[in-house]
Design a protein around this ligand. Structure first.
Ligand code: ACO
Ligand code: KIV
Length: 516
């Protein structure tokens, strides 16, 4: 049991999120994405804008029919046709809401809607009443609330409440507000509007000044019980408040804030990846929570602290969010603790003077590299310490790619411990899949491929790709990384490094068991 107040998560990834240029998905793609959002535990889904296209209408209709466990929201301008389309599209939902919006600021009324305030208020009244005829739940949004004089905002909100809106959304449509101002706006409307204490409040923030999450938190602290968010913060311009950031702020600082959500935190990362992939929206490396670097550390002092106790430099546990990340990235800022730890993963134990000497070799090489991949590190070990570091080594790789429906890869694998080599070939939907499948045939141990991440390390003609592959063996996850100017090679080398790590750790375990 928790005494924290539950905040409703209103997910608008498939409506406002999709308004980000280049993010739109086909109507049928919205169905599995909605299923993922429901698994994640959102309370309300806004799956689209029904009047805007036949495909949007069909997607909202299908989602309303299929997903009876969640509230579905139909979005509409203060236009009868929009409301009718939203009503029809959400007709079969178990719980539905009509989300009606109209501008409240002078800027919008004069320049966009070209209406006087009197006309806009009358329209807000008429359309709220119209929507209420069809739906018990009407959410009323005063678009551009944060650039509206508070007296004008209160007047419009009062009209909506009088006509039966039970949720009042006060959006920062253009990402203009500062947290204190945004919080005060909620407090004043709640306290000063007639009927203001009888309704729920919702925050909907954009990130133009990087304040969307901070503003949403300020609204919550001033009485908002719902936040409108998108996965990965995707949305118009710089986006909306990011679901994962807001949820983790509430979770991590529950001590100071006292709020909670129904979100399944262990599904945050998976959902983020799915949305990023479906909407072709890559995440910035330093994006909070789900960015590549969010839980990675390159500097020696931090790495040393983390190896001693994770809490020294991390405020959240990435595994709790389903993030399968290695926390240590080797590079020129790394120290001996991190280096020794990484080598131990490959069954290589070095210490004392040998470690000091190898550390110098490592630093010299690291000066020239952005990151030192596992594959590069193992090569350094074999060259400078003359130690066998790998069970498998990737030899020749040939790939036939192009516009044919299947890609074919042929690889040679050196089995270093047995002094033999083997050749394998396979097909795949893409060249990476074909190479991974071909290598898998030559790995004798029972290893399951987990995940592949590819990042570009540099641009231009000298571009290099960094690949990180995870594999599973006997319930444990192992990672391998590689850097190469050819992404297919980078992926193949990283996969082999991950397999080496899995096999060498298993060899270690065997040796330990024999010694005991
Ligand atoms: C802040 C937000 O996220 S608001 C949502 C924004 N999302 C979208 O616009 C995505 C989907 N939009 C669309 O497919 C189209 O814009 C449509 C179908 C909704 C409308 O298309 P059109 O009829 O061709 O109008 P268009 O988009 O060019 O112009 C918008 C019209 O709506 C009016 N309008 C804008 N907001 C509202 C509102 N809340 N209530 C009533 N009218 C409004 C504008 O004043 C303009 O009216 P006008 O034609 O009389 O000048
Ligand atoms: C219309 C509302 C909900 C909105 O999307 C915004 O103001 O950004």
């Amino acid at each position: 049991m928790t005494d924290k107040k539950r905040i409703q998560i209103f997910d608008t990834t498939l409506r406002d999120g999709e308004q980000a240029p280049g993010a739109s998905v086909k109507p049928e793609q919205k169905i599995p994405l909605a299923a993922k959002l429901i698994e994640l535990g959102v309370d309300v889904i806004e799956p689209g804008f029904p009047i805007s296209s036949p495909g949007e209408f069909a997607a909202v209709q299908e989602i309303s029919r299929r997903f009876q466990q969640v509230e579905i929201c139909g979005f509409a301008r203060a236009v009868k046709g929009d409301i009718e389309a939203a009503v029809k599209a959400t007709q079969d939902a178990a719980r539905r809401r009509i989300h009606l919006f109209i501008s409240s600021s002078d800027i919008h009324l004069q320049h966009q809607m070209r209406k006087t305030r009197k006309e806009a208020v009358a329209l807000a009244r008429e359309m709220t009443a119209y929507a209420r005829q069809f739906s018990d739940v009407v959410e009323f949004t005063a678009m551009d609330a944060t650039r509206t004089r508070i007296e004008d905002l209160i007047e419009m909100v009062e009209v909506a409440i009088e006509e039966g809106a039970s949720i009042i959304n006060l959006p920062d449509t253009v990402g203009y507000a500062l947290p204190q101002e945004y919080g005060n706006m909620f407090r004043r409307v709640r306290e000063e509007a007639r009927g203001g204490q009888t309704v729920q409040y919702s925050a909907h923030c954009h990130n133009d000044l990087g304040l969307a999450v901070a503003n949403s938190l300020a609204a919550i602290q001033n009485g908002a019980s719902q936040v409108e968010v998108t996965v990965n913060g995707i949305g118009e311009r710089t986006g909306n408040a990011a679901l994962e950031e807001l949820v983790m702020a509430l979770e991590t600082r529950g001590d100071a804030l006292g709020f909670t959500t129904g979100i399944a935190i262990d599904k945050l990362y998976e959902t983020s990846r799915i949305i990023s992939g479906a909407m072709h929206f890559p995440m910035a490396y330093n994006k909070p929570i789900v960015g590549r670097n969010a839980f990675q550390h390159e500097s020696g002092i931090h790495q040393d602290g983390l190896l001693k106790d994770r809490s020294t430099y991390e405020i959240m546990n990435p595994e709790k969010m389903g993030i399968p990340r290695s926390m240590i990235i080797l590079g020129k800022h790394s120290g001996r603790h991190a280096l020794r730890d990484r080598l131990a993963r490959y069954g290589i134990e070095i210490q004392g003077e040998e470690l000091n000497e190898f550390y110098n070799v490592f630093k010299e090489a690291a000066d020239q590299l952005k990151v030192v991949s596992d594959n590069q590190l193992l090569q350094m070990v074999s060259q400078s310490l003359g130690r066998p570091t790998q069970v498998y080594e990737l030899g020749d790789v040939q790939v036939v790619a192009g516009s044919a429906s299947n890609r074919v890869a042929a690889v040679t694998l050196h089995h270093l411990h047995e002094n033999r080599e083997s050749s394998h070939s396979s097909m795949g939907n893409g060249p990476l899949e074909a190479v991974i499948a071909a290598i898998s045939q030559g790995i004798d141990a029972e290893i399951t491929f987990g995940d592949l991440e590819l990042h570009s390390l540099s641009g231009g003609e000298d571009a290099h790709a960094e690949a990180a592959v995870s594999v599973e063996r006997k319930g444990k996850t192992y990672r391998g990384t590689a850097v190469h100017h050819d992404i297919v090679m980078a992926a193949g080398l990283a996969y082999v490094a991950a397999c080496n790590s899995a096999v060498l750790s298993a060899e270690d375990e065997k040796q330990e068991m024999q010694m005991n």
